[in-house]
Design a protein around this ligand. Structure first.
Ligand code: DGJ
Length: 740
């Protein structure tokens, strides 16, 4: 790994064993992009990669050089208005109304490691040798505004983390109308665009289409990264797939409104932009102030989507997630939500917990409904004190009873919200985001607290800290159940209202950070009506996230498969719930529900007292099995082998670091008569090791399993042995492969 600057040609080359990133100072002083992709040899001069040519209808900075136009140049941090007609990375409005800037190279520095981003989540290094960071300063002489571009290249990952800090070194205030985290201009447009889209309860479905001239974009305007779009996209060559081909992944480490876009211009170059959604964004920078953008992470793979995903998984699991739980197998939990909803008493909870304990569950989580007047979703949010009619001995009393069973205790909060029917709202009606003179829309009967205000965050902090400090709480589920409307803060002046969305999310991050520091061993699980904030920003504070409110095993195949494009198995909350399922009323076998949930942070979301003795015996086996293999599931290398978006079968697998153990999950949605033969080529095994297949007892070399494939046709002989005829719909099987 290294960062070279060739003084003579003004060329930067960032590289590690796998990738190169090359840029240069252009003749007008702007920073130009020359190459990003597989590692190439260094050279002093790469300027031939900047193809210069004369074209009609271009505007040129210099009359004497008609071949140099910003519209035809690949740029690192472009502005609009001086000849480049594509969408820009940055827009700074001056007091005179002009939005033009001229960001010219003013200097650079290189430092080992990676600096933290103030107030924001970001990847990090533990030792200096893990990465190097290049800081390039661009300066607009007229306004004194500087754009400081940060590029971190990691030694062990084909990944580059980028962000920008905008400093006002001038004498007048300016307004930042747009400050993207990353711009990457690519020399051609031969890509497909892949995005993760959906809605509540069907998050992160994979959508792929070819880029065409014009704009391809996803975004959120909701104040949260959202169910609808995820702050992740990939550009793939047309022939790239799960196993092969060139892929560039981009992921924004941010939980608020974002935008990712790819713009193909008339000459078939592609501009990739990622950052805070510029729509409605307006940040005032007084002289001396600075604005830090969120971080965007670029991953390059020449081994298809699986290669890209594994880089994201390793990086996010170990250098984005933090703290006590980062590397620890996660507790097997039971959550009472789908078992009771709001209808519970302390004794009823203990009944659920006791049966779960008998089966081997380690953590009991009390969900919504334990506080204030919260007997339905009409009241109580904001009043973080136990409801004595439900918990006679408070949270601590219940926590002690759960601990006495030999389990840990976890608790649900929705810190950012308030019901009108709550003591908090009655005391502070001005603490919500609300536009003066306008109706305040409600979502799930609740309003959004103004987390851009320090005193609001402090108040919520104090009430949560009192609960966490006063009872044995080992786990927190942090929920968020509506998007932001009428976004306006009573605490900010008119010319700062465009800051509220971002300040809100900074407030959320600050509360997370304080609670994490004060309660370092508490396991935080983020949640936002299921997966509305399943994003890298949240992973920095909470190493796991409730993947979706849809707990149906079949629906989860798509949701977990799509989520795994960017996010590791250890981050995906996945539970076995009741059948018929509460979201889709589908009836699925208990073993299939578990076979899907194992590939996540496993748990149950039902009342085990309602199961038959046979089912309970299965649950005990499932829990024992998960305890034996959870490190492999949660920290092994995950491969997607067959996509639920492309057919009736889904197959994925995990492989241990030493490659001696692998588990393949095979799932079939609908049964068919007189089926075809089935086999799937595995990945990631050691070709020379001989693996014993748990389903057949036969052994096979890794190369056979990877090239001839694992036979998945219904194994009649094994079925006869196990006595279970797996012939219905929603069938699934795990194959455990072990090498001596
Ligand atoms: C939405 C969450 O996603 C559910 O798991 C549950 O916690 C409910 N909120 C509680 O209101």
């Amino acid at each position: 790994m290294g960062i070279i600057f060739h003084e003579k040609t003004g060329t930067f080359h960032l590289f590690n064993d796998e990738i190169s990133y090359v840029m240069t100072v252009l003749q007008n002083g702007h920073l130009g992009q020359l190459y990003y992709g597989q590692r190439i040899h260094d050279r002093e001069d790469f300027s031939h990669l900047q193809e210069k040519t004369f074209r009609a209808m271009t505007a040129c900075p210099f009359d004497e050089d008609g071949t140099f136009s910003l519209n035809l140049t690949r740029l690192e941090y472009p502005v609009y208005g001086s000849g480049d007609f594509r969408y820009p990375a940055v827009e700074v409005a001056q007091e005179n109304g002009s939005t033009l800037s001229d960001f010219v190279f003013a200097g650079y520095s290189v430092a080992p490691g990676k600096p933290r981003l103030p107030g924001l989540p970001a990847t990090y290094t533990q030792e200096e040798g893990e990465a190097e960071t290049l800081t390039v300063t661009l300066r607009d002489e007229l306004t004194g505004v500087e754009a400081v571009l940060l590029y971190t290249i990691f030694a062990r990952y084909p990944a580059i983390a980028r962000s920008v800090s905008i400093r006002n070194q001038g004498e007048s205030a300016v307004h930042l109308k747009r400050a993207m985290s990353l711009c990457l201009d690519l020399p051609d447009s031969g890509y497909h665009w892949l995005q993760l889209s959906g809605a509540w309860a069907r998050e992160r479905h994979i959508i792929r289409r070819a880029l065409t001239p014009g704009m391809t974009a996803i975004d959120s305007t909701r104040g949260a990264s959202s169910h609808e779009q995820n702050p992740f996209a990939a550009l793939l060559r047309a022939d790239a797939g799960e196993r092969q081909g060139e892929v560039i992944g981009v992921s924004l480490v941010y939980s608020g409104s974002f935008r990712l876009s790819a713009e193909v211009d008339a000459y078939d170059t592609t501009r990739l932009l990622a950052g805070i959604n510029p729509f409605g964004f307006d940040w005032k920078l007084e002289p001396g102030e600075r604005f830090q953008t969120p971080e965007a992470v670029l991953v390059y793979s020449d081994e298809g989507l699986n290669g890209m995903s594994q880089t994201f998984h390793r990086l996010y699991r170990s250098r984005l997630a933090r703290g006590y739980w980062r590397d620890r197998p996660r507790p097997i939990l039971i959550n009472n939500w789908e078992a009771t909803y709001f209808d519970f008493t302390e004794d009823r909870l203990i009944e659920i917990a006791s049966k779960a304990k008998e089966c081997g569950v380690e953590l009991f989580v009390l969900d919504d409904g334990w506080f204030g007047q919260r007997c339905s979703d009409h009241a109580g949010l904001g009043d973080w004190v136990a409801n004595p009619r439900r918990l006679a001995n408070g949270v601590s009393g219940l926590a002690e009873r759960v601990e006495a069973l030999g389990m840990r205790f976890g608790l649900w909060f929705e810190p950012e919200m308030v019901n009108e029917d709550s003591d908090l709202y009655r005391a502070h009606p001005d603490w919500i985001l609300r536009t003066p003179g306008r109706r305040s829309s409600v979502g799930r009967h609740q309003l959004v607290l103004d987390f851009s205000r320090r005193e609001v965050v402090d108040y919520i902090h104090d009430s949560m800290a009192a609960i966490l400090g006063g009872a044995k709480v080992s786990y927190v589920k942090w929920d968020m159940n509506r998007y932001i409307t009428e976004c306006y803060s009573a605490a900010l002046p008119a010319d700062r209202q465009g800051e509220v969305f971002h300040r809100y999310i900074l407030g959320v991050y600050s509360l997370y950070e304080r609670l994490r520091e004060e309660f370092p061993e508490v396991l935080f699980e983020s949640c936002a009506s299921g997966g509305a904030r399943f994003d890298p920003g949240m992973l920095y504070y909470a190493p796991q996230c409730w993947t979706s409110d849809d707990s149906d095993a079949v629906e989860r195949l798509k949701i977990q498969y799509g989520t795994s494009l960017c996010y590791p198995v250890s981050s995906m909350g996945a539970h076995v719930s009741v059948s018929p399922n509460h979201q889709v009323m589908r009836m699925t076998p208990l073993h299939t529900r578990a076979n899907v949930a194992y590939f996540g942070t496993f748990g149950y979301e039902l009342d085990l007292n309602r199961l038959s003795q046979e089912e309970l015996a299965q649950v005990r086996e499932q829990i024992a099995f998960m305890k034996q293999y959870r490190s492999l599931f949660q920290f092994g290398s995950f491969y997607r082998l067959k996509s639920p978006f492309e057919g009736n079968e889904t197959v994925w697998m995990v492989v241990s670091e030493d490659k001696k153990t692998a588990i393949v999950g095979w799932y079939r949605v609908l049964n068919q008569a007189n089926k075809s033969f089935g086999r799937v080529r595995l990945m990631g095994l050691d070709p020379a090791l001989e693996y014993v297949n748990s389903a057949t007892g036969r052994s096979h070399y890794g190369d056979e399993l990877m090239h001839c494939g694992l036979i998945t046709s219904d194994p009649l002989s094994a079925l006869i042995e196990t006595g279970r005829l797996e012939q219905g719909d929603f069938e699934s099987r795990l194959y455990i492969l072990k090498a001596e």
